[in-house]
Design a protein. Structure first.
Length: 201
């Protein structure tokens, strides 16, 4: 198998992007990009660091980010599994990308830029939920905002199918497999719903 290892060969296979693919790029929030991003309760945060790349889903019950100014977004880091892979990456390499999704839309809005991490009390307080605060907030300086072609979600039928997870292994089953049965299993899965509700924020 031959691999492509130079840009010229790659570009020859694909040709020039259409003008719309380039003219839709903004360098900061615009009225319409703002409406779209503020409607998103789910995004995927991608980062890179010495150990490699990381992509982490981030969700909330309202807008997943806040706009600090037209060139800056704030993303709270709510309770998770404390691996902090994305946060480790950001501390060492500020480059990030975000994909904002809205249920029912096959379009995706993407943001690229650089990020810094803060535990500033005033900024954390802006995200207060039920008396809880995020441990830190990711502050993102926007480099580019643009829409992603809808074909990927259309091909996948992302919003048209029902629940396709019934026959998939549970997290408890995967954890049991990975630990030789020392952790996970049915007790882990049975306790998850209550644990998630208690520690959501």
């Amino acid at each position: 198998m031959d691999y492509i290892d130079d840009i010229e060969t790659l570009e020859a296979l694909y040709g020039e992007p259409p003008s719309a693919a380039l003219s839709k790029v903004a360098r900061q929030m615009t009225p319409l990009y703002r409406r779209w991003i503020m409607a998103s309760r789910l995004c995927v945060l991608s980062s890179v660091g010495p150990e490699g790349t990381d992509a982490s889903p981030r969700g909330d019950d309202g807008p997943v980010v806040q706009e600090l100014d037209p060139g800056t977004l704030a993303l709270p880091d709510w309770r998770g599994n404390n691996r902090i892979d994305s946060l480790r990456n950001i501390v060492r390499d500020p480059r990030v990308s975000l994909m904002f999704l809205v249920p029912g839309s096959n379009n995706v809005v993407r943001v690229t830029g650089t990020a810094r991490l803060t535990a500033d009390a005033g900024l954390r307080a802006r995200f207060e939920k039920n008396g809880r605060l995020p441990a830190t907030v990711i502050v993102i300086a926007i480099g580019e905002i643009y829409t992603q072609c809808a074909r990927a979600l259309l091909r996948a039928g992302a919003w048209t199918g029902g629940d396709e997870s019934a026959d998939l292994p549970t997290v408890g089953e995967i954890l049991a497999e990975m630990t030789g049965g020392k952790e996970g299993g049915k007790p882990y899965d049975a306790a998850w719903g209550e644990r998630a509700a208690r520690t959501m924020w």
